[in-house]
Design a protein around this ligand. Structure first.
Ligand code: HSE
Length: 310
């Protein structure tokens, strides 16, 4: 038996909602898990770059039992007291790796859902969400990969995840600006302080409330005020040369509602009202060009659907 699952790319944080908000994008990984018939054939893992994703460097991605998809599947098997023996795992990727677009969440979620199907659905969505978050560490990526749309998520002390889907006004467009280099999430987290000033916590607290209200009421002015952050982006600027310039230069560019770092970076998300596309691209390209960074632009809607079994 074999099961294939398609899971979307994601953008975490969305400015003010560090480790909390996220959204899904219509770029996908397809994970196929197959129980092989020949006993003793072991674990086989194949990773294939899909078209338009040739830049992905797969050389460092392990294809043995250290592979993150295998680990996710193994965790689920262990959860029901079993050990995976003969499995063939195929990962077809459209999602750029190491760019803040949730590639690892996407494959973990896909692998878990596929294995859950193979095993006769021993785990429900909440359990799978909790296992995936435990493995990946960031519910703000796992949640939109799982359920799609714009989401809020909180990883609770007992290991469970509280999560909800939020509405999104499709008149607000996304421009995802992907630079030509990778940034490791662990490195990007290592520059964050252990403690932050109370005034910065209050700054973000107010903005997360604004963000949710803006989404429910399609309030562009409030969304604009909310897409700001003092908890992570300022500290990560040194790892993303050009980020501060892009954000400053886009502050007064017509059509722009807000500019945020995608997850732990280095990609940048511009939320805009659908107008002035070429000027926005030019501002981003010129700011990065100064630092010798080239980038790809993707104009994408929010993907409303999460992981699907094909
Ligand atoms: N919220 C996490 C971070 C996402 O910003 O570090 C990591 O992909």
């Amino acid at each position: 038996m074999k099961v294939s699952v398609k899971t979307p790319a994601t953008i975490a944080n969305l400015g003010c909602g560090f480790d909390s908000f996220g959204l899904a994008l219509p770029l996908y990984n397809i994970i196929t898990v197959e129980e092989t018939v020949l006993p003793g054939s072991g674990i086989e893992i194949n990773i294939i770059n899909e078209k338009n994703n040739e830049d992905n460097d797969l050389a460092d991605v392990s294809t043995d039992k250290n592979n993150i998809v295998y680990k996710a599947i193994e965790t689920l098997y262990n959860f029901i007291g079993q050990i995976p023996n003969e499995l063939k795992i195929t990962i077809k990727t459209q999602i750029p790796i190491g760019r803040g677009l949730g590639s690892s969440s996407s494959v973990i979620v896909g692998g878990l859902i596929a294995a859950n199907e193979l095993l006769g659905r021993p785990a429900d969505e909440k359990v799978l969400m909790s296992i995936a978050t435990e493995l990946e560490g960031h519910p703000d990526n796992i949640t939109p990969a799982f359920i799609g749309g714009v989401t809020m998520a909180s990883w609770e002390e007992d290991g469970s995840v509280i999560y909800r889907k939020l509405p999104w006004n499709d008149e607000w467009k996304l421009m995802v600006c992907v630079p030509d280099y990778e940034l490791n999430t662990e490195i990007s987290r290592s520059v964050l302080p252990k403690e932050i000033p109370m005034k910065d916590a209050i700054f973000n607290l107010k903005r997360t409330a604004m963000f949710v209200d803006a989404l429910y009421n399609k309030d562009e002015e409030l969304l604009k005020a909310s897409l700001k952050d003092k908890l992570h982006q300022p500290y990560r600027e040194k790892l993303v040369p050009g980020l501060a310039d892009i954000m400053n230069n886009l502050k007064h560019t017509k059509g722009v509602i807000g500019t945020v770092l995608c997850g732990a970076g280095p990609s940048v998300l511009v939320v805009y009202n659908g107008t002035n596309v070429s000027e926005i691209k030019e501002v981003v390209a010129n700011s990065w060009n100064y630092f010798n960074v080239k980038c790809n632009f993707m104009n994408l809607p929010v993907e409303k659907e999460g992981a699907v079994i094909l």
